[in-house]
Every structure is written in C-alpha cells, then in structure tokens.
Design a protein around this ligand. Structure first.
Ligand SMILES: [Zn+2]
Length: 189
C-alpha cells in the first residue's frame, strides 16, 4: 500500500520546481535563521546542505516535508482506517514526531497508563480502538514515517549534484555580491 513510485515522482517534481524557481531567489539577509527553524536542520544534515542559505534551503525542505506529511497521512489512513474513523483518535506529525492523540487532545501514552486497569470486558464494552491498539499502531506508523523520510532523503541525495550545480550558478554569486556590498558599506570604500 506504500506507493513509492508516486512519492518519488512527486519528490522529483518538487525538486524540479525548486530548481526552476532558484534563479529568481534574492538574498534578503545573510543572517542564518536555520537555527530556529524546526524543519530544515533535520534535512540539511542528512543532505549535506548545511552551507546553503536558509531561504532557498527552507523553500526546498518545506515542499519536501509537506509531500512527506501528505503521503504519511494517506498511508496511515489506508493502513489503520479504524483509528480515525469515529473521530476517536487523531494521527499527526509534529516536527518529525508521530503523535496519536484522543479526541480530547490527550496523548496515547497518557491514556495507556490510565487504561491498564481495564479488564478485557471493560475494553469490549467501551468499543472502538483501545489505547493499547492505538499505541501498537503508532509503533508501525513511526516505522512508516522513517521509511518515507529515508526515501525522501535518498531521492534528494540522488539529485544532489544537480542541486549543488544550481546553487553554484544562482546562489553563490548573489551571496558573494551581497557580502561585497556589505564590506563596501561598512568600510565606506
Ligand atoms: Zn527552515
């Protein structure tokens, strides 16, 4: 039920769109804001793109991340349709972490502790998906997330030379020019 080809095709399209957009990128500021970004560092390390200015990196990474989330949620709903069917549980991604929360917003682990005293009869009477089942599902969903994350990173890595060539052509000269302008400004030359 995982459709890797579709995912890879969509990843390729995202990279192609980013490459097409790159020539229009202008450095707004050279300050590195990737330190406070919750998305980029996870990818930049894996892809060896930590030297890239945050603006273009962020554009690339967020488009990849939104594809990943979309595929993850679709696969999750296909694999565990009963989880979200009655609105009892919500499966979502929080900065790369798979979370399953109940309709009142409590974490599955929290409810797991509460329900340990449940007898099988209690569970049967309550109906729906038990916290135990939801916790088991999460183990598989975490595995699924990492599979998708790895395939995204591998797919991007296979296009790394293309990305680096574009960075050399469109980003480096602008960054260099801006740095020179800054020096001129500061030194009053
Ligand atoms: Zn970012």
């Amino acid at each position: 039920m995982l459709r890797p080809y579709r995912f890879e095709r969509e990843l390729d399209r995202s990279v192609a769109q980013w490459l097409a957009w790159l020539p229009r990128w202008e450095p707004g500021t050279l300050r590195r804001r990737s330190d406070v970004c919750t998305v980029c560092p996870r990818y930049a390390d894996e892809l060896g793109l930590t030297e890239l200015p945050h603006g273009p990196l962020h554009a690339l990474v967020t488009s990849i991340e939104s594809l990943l989330i979309e595929h993850f949620l679709r696969n999750s709903a296909a694999r565990f349709p009963e989880l979200e069917r009655d609105g009892e549980w919500k499966v979502w991604l929080d900065r790369g972490i798979v979370r399953i929360t109940s309709s009142d917003g409590r974490e599955v682990d929290e409810l797991l502790d509460d329900s340990e005293a449940d007898s099988p009869l209690d569970a049967l009477l309550r109906g729906g998906v038990s916290p135990q089942k939801a916790a088991e599902a999460r183990i598989e969903l975490v595995r699924m997330y990492y599979m998708l994350f790895n395939s995204a990173v591998n797919r991007l890595a296979s296009q790394r030379s293309l990305v680096l060539r574009a960075v050399d052509a469109y980003i480096e000269p602008k960054v260099r020019r801006m740095a020179e302008e800054l020096v001129t400004e500061v030194c009053g030359a």
